[in-house]
Write a protein that binds this ligand. Structure first.
Ligand code: IMP
Ligand code: MG
Length: 176
């Protein structure tokens, strides 16, 4: 099987949409400092591109989480592989994701971070795949709503590859 990537959202379209999203974020936070939190690894490209467009004082932080297996799904816990190195209590937090798919992980992560009592908590995602949603999560800033396709690029990977592509592409598998 040969992998083939076809452009779904071009670099130009992403740049334009990120400008619009950042303008909205700038307006919403009214110059107050924001702690931008990236969910590793997929969120990293979008985080950097959003952060570069923000006008208020910005600090950046990183988290890595994994869900427990299905058997403990109902416990509502996630495993923190890497936690923030700051206390977000009383702070404005902007969590940046690459894509919201089932919403399971993000739903749990949101709950966990809200327990730390931030002043304000908003979620920003480059992509949204609503067809696959299992857990509803409020997301304030959505770049693009896409159909149920497997996409790579702009932080998103297939077997850790393609994260560096400067566009979002759909991945296909062709017979050799
Ligand atoms: P969920 O919303 O908890 O199901 O998890 C979403 C995560 O699954 C994302 O952060 C991605 O890491 C991964 N993911 C979902 N859809 C895709 C895709 O189309 N391409 C690459 N990774 C994806
Ligand atoms: Mg992710």
């Amino acid at each position: 099987m040969k992998e083939r990537v076809e452009v779904m959202i071009s670099k130009q379209e992403i740049d334009k949409r990120l400008d619009e999203m950042a303008a909205q974020i700038n307006a919403d936070f009214q110059g107050e400092p924001v702690e931008v939190v990236c969910v590793l690894k997929g969120g990293v490209v979008t985080m950097v591109e959003v952060a570069k467009r923000l006008k208020m004082p910005v600090t950046m932080n990183f988290m890595d989480v994994s869900s427990y297996g299905d058997s403990t799904e109902s416990s509502g816990h996630i495993k923190i592989l890497r936690d923030l190195d700051v206390d977000i209590t009383g702070k404005n937090v902007l969590l940046v994701e690459d894509i919201i798919d089932s919403g399971r992980t993000l739903g749990k992560l949101r709950k966990l971070l809200l327990q730390r009592a931030p002043k304000n908590f908003k979620i920003c995602t480059l992509l949204d795949k609503p067809d696959r949603r299992v857990t509803e999560v409020p997301v304030e800033y959505i770049g693009f709503t896409i159909p149920d396709a497997f996409v790579v690029g702009y932080g998103l990977d297939y077997a850790q590859k393609y994260r560096n592509l400067d566009f979002v592409g759909e991945l296909f598998f062709d017979e050799d």
